[in-house]
Design a binder for this molecule. Structure first.
Ligand code: KG4
Ligand code: ZN
Length: 353
């Protein structure tokens, strides 16, 4: 039995949550900075850390209040110490240290990516059983795209990762190119609903024989389409002839490009995850991270992968404190504690290179 307070400040959400046994969410408060950063088209790091400073104490207080908990009920404080923005991480880690010291509680540093994985353990249906090992996990967020094999709690084997842009980063960059705003994932998903993916052909980097990903070529292909659309008479460069023919007949609408881009990203993510699950004889597939909020990805994963696919509810895919508390619980039960010298590690990895 554990009651963990989870704190998350790695990017642009200030999150705090009280979770029992790594499964039962008693409260989950997230103060989002999306409106603040939207006007810059992306996260402005210094403003993000200052905003965390303003929000962290009220968010933690609210999390305790909503849970009906006092400090005496809490067994440990889990906090994200990386990867993420240094200035943002520092706010959460220092708040966690101060609160742990003041209340005589153990401190547990959590890798943000573990949080995205352990979102799958948070019970949304009380009767649901825990994910079984071995499992294959796809983490798709703004900074990461990784396929990981887990044979047990806290055991991570890297199967593959992106060689360039993360999937969420590609959504954000392509959204900017298409003038759809920030954050890009939800904006592209919305535009894609009105579009026809078959009207635009975009490349897919299969990188066969590996579980690695590459999304920069796809982004560049969209850039060429956009350039071409804004100068319709110029000869297209660097584009496959099939695409040239299609474009010449009828310029693609922004919504068609958004739909084709979304399909291309989802196709590769689903197919690589399917192959990895088969190769590793995975009992389940877990998908986590902000891009796991994508409707098409959720549908295709469930449709095309033959083993059960666990994808957390949308609010637990994007950054929040509950997933950090869930991951923290599994460190806690193994007796793992961080020292008072816990420092932020902006480039923290799940598996040593
Ligand atoms: O996990 P997250 O909240 O923060 C990081 O750890 O990076 O992920 C944020 C990323 C952003 O790139 C955002 O565009 C993407 O998740 N995202 C989506 C959707 N919702 C958020 N991507 C595709 N479809 C969505 N519906
Ligand atoms: Zn994240």
């Amino acid at each position: 039995m554990s009651v963990i307070l989870g704190i998350e400040t790695s990017c642009d959400e200030t999150g705090a949550s009280v979770v029992t046994n790594g499964q039962i969410i008693r409260s989950n408060i997230v103060a989002s900075q999306i409106d603040l950063h939207a006007r810059y088209g992306g996260v402005f790091p210094e403003m993000a850390s200052r905003e965390h400073i303003l929000k962290i104490v009220p968010v933690v207080e609210q999390a305790l209040r909503d849970a009906g908990a006092t400090w005496a009920d809490v067994d440990a404080i889990a906090v994200t110490y990386g990867p993420g923005l240094a200035g943002s991480l520092l706010v959460g880690v220092n708040a966690a240290k101060g609160l742990a010291l003041a209340n005589g509680l153990p401190l547990i540093g959590v890798n943000h990516l573990e949080g995205h994985i352990y979102a799958a353990w948070l019970a949304t249906e009380p009767a649901r059983s825990e994910p079984q090992f071995p499992l294959v996990c796809l983490i798709v967020s703004g900074g990461h795209t990784e396929l990981i094999l887990m044979r047990g709690h806290g055991q991570y084997e890297m199967l593959g990762a992106t060689l360039d842009d993360a999937a969420g980063e590609a959504f954000d960059k392509v959204s900017r190119l298409l003038g759809l705003g920030y954050p890009g994932g939800p904006a592209i998903q919305k535009a894609a609903e009105q579009g026809d993916a078959r009207r635009v052909k975009l490349p897919r980097a299969w990188l066969e024989g590996t579980f690695d990903f590459s999304f920069s070529g796809l982004k560049t292909a969209v850039l060429h389409l956009v350039k071409q659309a804004s100068t319709p008479n110029s000869a297209p460069k660097l584009q496959p002839s099939s695409l040239r023919a299609e474009i010449a007949e009828q310029p693609a609408a922004i919504s068609d490009i958004a739909a084709a881009f979304q399909s291309a990203v989802v196709d590769v993510l689903v197919e690589k995850t399917r192959l990895a699950a088969a190769q590793c004889s995975a009992k389940v597939v877990v998908v986590g991270g902000g891009v796991a909020a994508n409707k098409r990805l959720r549908e295709q994963m469930r449709e095309r992968i033959p083993v059960p696919v666990l994808i957390p509810p949308i609010g637990l895919c994007t950054d929040n404190g509950a997933v950090i508390a869930a991951a923290g619980h599994f460190h806690f039960v193994r007796g793992e504690r961080s020292g008072w010298d816990l420092d932020v590690v902006p480039g923290l990895r799940l598996v040593a290179a």
